[in-house]
Ligand binder design. Structure first.
Ligand code: DGJ
Length: 723
């Protein structure tokens, strides 16, 4: 027998892409091809069969010269002669870590099975799911690759189910959600990195031999690295180039690596971080990995981003909000911080209402004895002295001004100085032997415990039932230290990080099912948990605590590389900016905030009449073009990226183009900005000048960029699509 012979080829096809999987005579499952769709039934067997033999590698299954380490495997297991990074590691009760997964059977079903306990995408359009069972005949381990094709979206998803079918326990030490072996190293690694207040900056580096990648060990996806990774061919820009990308639907510890091996292949892996992870699998029990979304694009970053945006709006966000226009909000945080009273809040709300703003959000400081961050998290009882009455009365008064009412909460946390902590010190993450570590003067509640989950559900449910609340800001202001749970057995402490996430998803799932009309914006000190896991419950996320428009340009460009612009909470704030002291004109602050989901976060009562008029105009314009701005197709436009930013939103009858020049320069000759992605034969009318242009003109000749005489100047064009 030729072990490399491909006995079966399965083509998983979307409108434009194809993932082909082969079953070898040896029983191993290989990736034959991932890329542009090929003519039907293109024979791909030669991809494996033609691979020449490399030296100094182990033989497989006693067959000389059959080297698994050279093959593009679909789900490499530790224990085989493939000594590259495994996707799965298991130990049985003999202590042996050796497994050898062989194909057993495949099933093809219409639609997509549920992924209990974890956030997952839902079906839209034509969806098929392929399940490939791999079995280790010695331990009785069954691994099922559950791969769904979203045909109309050119998107694939995968989750991996690991089942112990033996009669003795197994310990799962690692199970990646995706492992993709690409037979090339001509890639740049693209990731989103940063820190608090400068999240999701795009990083691009050429691949080199060895392991490179990103991860989180923070108990949350984190400010530092987003659970997104892409491999782009070196020529890739916004319009051109091939990109393989993956985004994990998970909000906790993750890892995403690209490993360049000795034979110039790249293994891309994404999944739960195996650091401090182990999972006990008793006989009959299963473990499912988080779902990963992955795609291939051949027309640059814009095509990749647009595919994710469309897919997430249709298949990830809570259905009732996915295409629902979002209200323009005013948040009192940067206007007052903790220092407010009823009079101040109502004055702010009244002014907001007069300017046309639609939702008032009461941020931190309304409960317990919280006048700074030193106390009261956990005691979710309104401070009626500070609010000048009940929370319910305040909500009613604000709603009487024609605004919706929104409230800030931080349910996952507790202050040491709180009644909740005094009653339940064992509800915090801690081993009781070491003093638990504080961050922002607070502890993390142990959401892996069902008693804590039940308490949170009851408390938030009560808040939402007893008060008329339209919107909730769900904050989370520190990461997990002291990862030990009083609710778990000694041999299950390696489960605590993942169980925290399962607990959080259970709480969010229950609250959103009971109160489906409440719009939730999540937040983690800004974008410290901006991920697809949270978006499955909370259709918008506060992008960053940095509200400076220039900083936001970079943060939002990175965030929108993958997440739909409407999911990015984005506010106009005061100048000098509170984080960086920068002065940027109100028009530009507005344009940048309108790139996402518009809000205001400044003391409206201190503005000049001219500024108020300007805000009123911004709000009116935003409402007039809200669908285009919130749900239009977002495209990054090619400019001199050293000094300029430009983007467009297209759809719902309009084209809106924004351009920003960072530093003004003297004696320059104005250049033109070419629009991208219009219909060449269509006519577009400038709503200001009434002039008509063909799509071909706008795309090939372009718009005139004015010479700017101040820094951070912005220019906007709005076109009506004619015929
Ligand atoms: C961090 C958030 O990102 C801010 O917007 C604000 O809500 C504060 N927390 C309140 O403590």
């Amino acid at each position: 027998m030729n072990p490399k012979q491909v006995l079966q080829q399965y083509d998983l096809r979307t409108t434009n892409c194809q993932l082909s999987i082969g079953v070898l005579a040896s029983g191993h499952l290989c990736l034959l091809y991932f890329g542009r769709k090929l003519p039907v039934q293109t024979d791909l067997r030669s991809v494996i069969e033609d691979l020449p033999k490399a030296s100094y590698l182990a033989d497989t299954d006693g067959i000389s010269d059959f080297r698994l380490e050279q093959l593009p495997l679909m789900y490499p297991a530790f224990g085989t002669p493939d000594l590259r990074a495994p996707a799965i590691r298991v130990r049985d009760d003999s202590g042996s870590p050796i497994i050898n997964l062989k194909f057993n059977e495949k099933r093809l079903v219409a639609g997509k099975p549920a992924l209990p306990g974890l956030p997952a995408t839902h079906v839209a359009g034509e969806v098929k799911t392929w399940e490939f069972d791999l079995v280790d005949s010695v331990t009785g381990l069954t691994v099922t690759l559950v791969i769904s094709t979203f045909v109309d979206y050119d998107i694939f998803t995968q989750s991996v189910r690991v089942k112990n079918t033996a009669t003795t326990p197994l310990r799962l030490d690692e199970a990646q959600s995706l492992s993709l072996d690409l037979l090339s190293v001509r890639f740049d690694l693209v990731t989103l990195n940063g820190a608090w207040s400068r999240e999701n900056h795009i990083q691009r580096t050429q691949l080199r031999p060895g392991v490179q990648g990103i991860d989180s060990k923070r108990g949350a996806s984190g400010h530092g690295q987003n659970p997104f990774v892409a491999l782009a061919t070196p020529d890739t820009d916004w319009q051109h180039g091939e990109i393989y990308s993956a985004n994990l639907i998970y909000s906790g510890n993750f890892v995403a690596t690209a490993t360049v091996d000795m034979h110039q292949n790249t293994r891309l892996q994404v999944g739960i971080n195996p650091f401090e992870f182990e999972w006990k699998l008793s006989p009959g029990q299963s473990f499912s990995t988080p779902e990963v979304v992955f795609s291939y694009a051949d027309k640059g970053f814009n095509q990749m981003s647009q595919r994710y945006h469309r897919f997430y709006l249709d298949c990830l966000l809570p259905k009732q909000f996915a295409k629902q226009s979002r209200p323009i909000l005013i948040n009192n945080w940067e206007a007052t911080y903790f220092d407010f009273n009823r009079q101040k809040l109502l004055a702010l709300a009244k002014q907001a209402s007069e300017l046309g703003i639609e939702l008032f959000v009461l941020d931190d400081g309304w409960f317990g004895k919280r006048d700074d961050d030193s106390s009261s998290l956990g005691d979710w009882v309104a401070n009626e002295t500070k609010l000048g009455g009940s929370l319910s009365a305040l909500a009613t008064d604000i709603q009487a001004l024609g605004l919706q009412f929104g409230l800030w909460v931080e349910p996952e946390m507790v202050s040491p100085n709180s009644d909740l902590y005094r009653q339940h010190p064992d509800w915090v993450m801690s081993d009781s032997r070491h003093r638990p570590q504080l961050a922002r003067r607070q502890y993390v509640l142990d959401l892996s415990q069902s008693v804590v989950q039940d308490y949170l559900i009851k408390t938030i449910d009560q808040l939402l039932t007893e008060n008329s609340i339209d919107y909730l800001k769900w904050d989370m202001n520190r990461n997990i230290t002291d990862a030990y749970s009083h609710g778990l057995a000694v041999d299950q402490q390696g489960e605590v990080y993942h169980r925290y996430l399962l607990g959080l998803y259970h709480v969010l799932g229950t609250i959103t099912t009971r109160h489906p009309q409440v719009l939730i914006e999540s937040c983690a000190g800004g974008g410290g948990r901006f991920d697809a896991g949270m978006l499955a419950y909370t259709p918008q996320i506060w992008t960053s605590d940095d509200t400076d428009a220039y900083e936001r340009l970079q943060i939002q460009r990175g965030t929108a590389l993958i997440y739909p612009p409407v999911t990015m909470g984005s506010h106009v704030s005061a100048v000098p900016n509170h984080q960086v002291g920068r002065m940027i004109d109100l028009a530009t602050r507005g344009a940048v905030a309108e790139q996402g989901n518009l809000g205001y976060e400044l003391d409206l009562l201190t503005l000049t009449t001219t500024e108020k008029q300007q805000i009123q105009r911004q709000v009116t314009t935003y409402k007039a073009y809200r669908e285009t701005l919130q749900f239009g197709r977002y495209t990054v436009l090619p400019v001199d990226e050293a000094n300029e930013w430009a983007w467009s939103k297209v759809g719902y009858g309009f084209v809106i183009v924004d351009h920003i020049t960072i530093l003004a320069r003297p004696n320059t000759v104005p250049k033109r900005l070419k629009v991208v992605g219009l219909t060449p034969t269509k006519q577009y009318q400038d709503v200001r000048t009434q002039r008509c242009y063909s799509g071909a003109f706008l795309m090939s000749v372009g718009l005139v960029i004015d010479r700017q005489n101040c820094d951070f100047a912005s220019q906007r064009w709005i076109f009506k699509e004619l015929h």
